[in-house]
Write a new protein. Structure first.
Length: 77
């Protein structure tokens, strides 16, 4: 089975691409880290291996409809 066929089969069965799933899982982990730690946003972005902090912030806002800073302030335990 080729990588392209596997990718296509995954997308058809899950209605999401593997990359989208990976980003969702990473963003959920980022949310947990923002709420439960004092680690800087740049550190969280680096640890989760986003290509840049600005890309992380962009994807975070697209997924949660708020910035990482807003998330931290709103849901801080």
């Amino acid at each position: 089975v080729s990588e392209a066929m596997l990718y296509s089969a995954f997308q058809k069965s899950a209605d999401i691409t593997p990359n989208q799933l990976k980003n969702q899982l990473l963003l959920e982990k980022a949310k947990d880290m923002l709420i439960t730690t004092d680690k800087p946003i740049e550190f969280i972005s680096d640890v989760l291996e986003f290509s840049s902090t600005s890309y992380f912030r962009k994807k975070f806002k697209e997924y949660f409809n708020m910035t990482p800073t807003q998330m931290r302030k709103r849901y801080r335990i």
